[in-house]
Design a protein around this ligand. Structure first.
Ligand code: SF4
Ligand code: SF4
Length: 282
């Protein structure tokens, strides 16, 4: 992957620094940064990480630090909205750490950020990648009521591997129920991501796709699991790009997902704006 560079990259970085904001793109050293931030015709996609950089959970595939969470920054919703306007993004992805320590696990703060962005420019498309909110419907409803364009929640892996891959407080059924609630209570598009290379069998992946379709999930992405450090889960295998392409075809042609982004470097928000708009125009 080509490293990001150029004036636009420098401008975006300084806007983020000025407002003390975090993006997953930078925090995770995402290899797609150059492609996503530049976009096809200009602005492109960036993923903001809300509610701090410390998580109340500890998933065994994830590099975010566990514990030591700080109080929420009440100015964060406005700061994110200002940064989005200044950078000139046309598609924004918001995600967060899990905040099981907060009374509503941060749902109101998340919802307020969506509203601030839409208040400034109703034309901006907002995708949110939300926690499971412990499966509490009233917390999920706060996000639905803020009317983002896409609600994503990651199932991460097949049912058998949920633990050890995810924190024990997460779960297959719980994640499916979050996605099902969104489709039951709104017309908002739903999305989820699956990592490959953790030891899953093909029939298990197929079953997961079927369960997601059963819950009316619209969009699915597949990417290769990469081990962030030696203390994280081992990579079981590097999946061949042809296999990623096969899953894309199964998802789009056989199971009728709106679209599927699938490839070793694909991440949940990979070129999310371009792919979403293209799929709607198809
Ligand atoms: Fe940022 Fe997501 Fe693109 Fe990576 S894939 S650069 S995290 S928007
Ligand atoms: Fe990482 Fe999310 Fe798990 Fe927290 S809940 S450790 S941010 S994957």
């Amino acid at each position: 992957m080509r490293p990001p560079s150029g004036q636009r990259f420098t401008d975006i970085k300084s806007t983020l620094r000025d407002r003390n904001l975090n993006t997953v793109c930078e925090e995770a050293n995402c290899p797609n940064l150059g492609e996503c931030w530049s976009g096809r015709d200009g602005p492109g996609t960036a993923t903001f990480m809300l509610m701090g950089d410390r998580c109340s959970r500890g998933c065994n595939f994830c590099d975010v630090q566990t514990g030591g969470m700080e109080a929420l920054d009440p100015d964060e919703p406005a700061n994110v909205a200002e940064a989005v306007a200044e950078i000139g993004l046309d598609y924004v992805v918001l995600t967060s750490v899990d905040r099981d320590d907060l009374p509503d696990q941060g749902a109101s703060h998340f919802a307020e950020t969506i509203r601030e962005i839409k208040r400034r420019d109703p034309g901006i498309l907002v995708e949110v990648l939300i926690p499971d909110f412990q499966g509490e419907p009233e917390h999920v409803r706060k996000i639905i009521d803020a009317e983002p364009d896409v609600i994503a929640h990651n199932i991460e892996t097949v049912e058998r591997l949920q633990w050890p891959v995810r924190d024990r407080r997460a779960g297959y059924e719980q994640s499916l129920s979050v996605l099902q609630q969104v489709t039951d209570e709104s017309d908002i598009h739903t999305k989820t991501s699956i990592m490959l290379g953790l030891g899953e069998y093909h029939h298990e992946v197929y079953q997961t796709l079927s369960d997601l379709r059963e819950a009316d999930v619209d969009i699915v992405t597949f990417g290769q699991y990469l081990q962030p450090s030696r203390t994280h889960l081992d990579v079981f295998e590097y999946v061949h790009p042809d296999v990623f392409e096969t899953w894309r075809r199964v998802a789009e042609d056989e199971l009728d997902f709106l679209y599927c982004a699938s490839g070793p470097m694909v991440r949940s928000s990979y070129k999310a704006g371009e792919l979403f708009v293209d799929a709607l125009l198809r």
